[in-house]
Design a protein around this ligand. Structure first.
Ligand SMILES: NC(=O)c1ccc[n+]([C@@H]2O[C@H](COP(=O)([O-])OP(=O)(O)OC[C@H]3O[C@@H](n4cnc5c(N)ncnc54)[C@H](OP(=O)(O)O)[C@@H]3O)[C@@H](O)[C@H]2O)c1
Length: 248
């Protein structure tokens, strides 16, 4: 009898196709990325706490549980070669830093940064064995902005830029590219501003493109990076924010 989680059905050899793992694929940008990759012909395995994904195979996994995340990647790799990872899952919190608890700071860092390290570390041997791999991390334009009351989030996204650079250099010899896609405000549940007229008016003034981004726009960038497959492009942070961070 198999002791594997029932959610993961073993594939027959004939459908052991290369897979891309997307964390946080149940909604928002991750769901759009999963759909875009599937549209481009890449089989997707989506991780999230619910395990619900719009396309592909869904695996329930809390990525802050190191053992569960490692086990999920081992199981996924049994189904076929793993060629890519999108470290997308994330959370956002706000509040005055004078009242920020270590517990809250750690909660944000565990999802947004520590889990990215763990998922990348666990997927590395599979990408290496494959002879080529792409890891795309979801950073944020907040990585270089002093956004008040968002210390933990900003710190976690700055860590993503740093991890992207380190992993790109460390794993280049294995033909693995690591990139940081860093969006501006995108229309998802992460930021509760999309039904707030005042916030939208502020955005229209602040962002040169005069709007928030669509999840599909971020997904198309990530889909293009996988489709075009440019190994020499590595370690970079690619901002996709309608010019927001550049604006005076
Ligand atoms: N939206 C923006 O404006 C924006 C801007 C810049 C950067 N980003 C970044 O883009 C990424 C995606 O953001 P989003 O806006 O799409 O967020 P979202 O709509 O809130 O979705 C977050 C996703 O992460 C998953 N998730 C959260 N905690 C998890 C955990 N412990 N284990 C497994 N999965 C978990 C959620 O799935 P479950 O609830 O099913 O677990 C969900 O699929 C994040 O890294 C975010 O920081 C977003």
């Amino acid at each position: 009898m198999s002791d594997r989680p029932p959610e993961i059905q073993e594939a027959s050899e004939s459908d052991a196709v290369p897979q891309i793992v997307v964390t946080g694929a149940s909604r928002g940008i991750g769901a759009a990325v999963a759909s875009e990759l599937a549209k481009r012909g890449f089989p997707v395995v989506g991780l999230s706490r619910t395990g619900d994904v719009p396309v592909g195979r869904g695996v329930p996994c809390d990525i802050t549980d190191e053992g569960a995340l490692a086990a999920a990647i081992v199981e996924i790799a049994r189904l076929g070669p793993v060629v890519g990872l999108v470290n997308n899952a994330g959370l956002h919190t706000t509040g005055p830093t004078a009242e920020l608890s270590v517990e809250e700071y750690d909660r944000v860092m565990r999802v947004n940064a520590t889990a990215v390290m763990v998922a990348s570390r666990e997927i590395y041997p599979h990408l290496k064995a494959n002879g080529r791999g792409v890891i795309i991390n979801l950073g944020s334009f907040f990585d270089k902005i002093g956004a008040p009351q968002q210390l933990a989030y900003c710190a976690s996204k700055a860590a993503i830029g740093a991890m992207t650079r380190v992993l790109a250099v460390e794993w280049a010899r294995d033909n693995i590219s690591v990139l940081n896609v860093a969006p501006g405000y995108v229309k998802t549940d992460l930021t509760p501003m999309w039904s707030d007229e005042k916030a939208l008016a502020w955005l229209a003034k602040r962002v040169p493109m005069r709007r928030g981004g669509e999840p599909a726009e971020v997904a198309r960038l990530i889909g293009a990076l996988f489709s075009e497959d440019i190994p020499f492009l590595t370690g970079e942070t690619i901002y996709i924010d309608g010019g927001h961070a550049l604006n005076h």
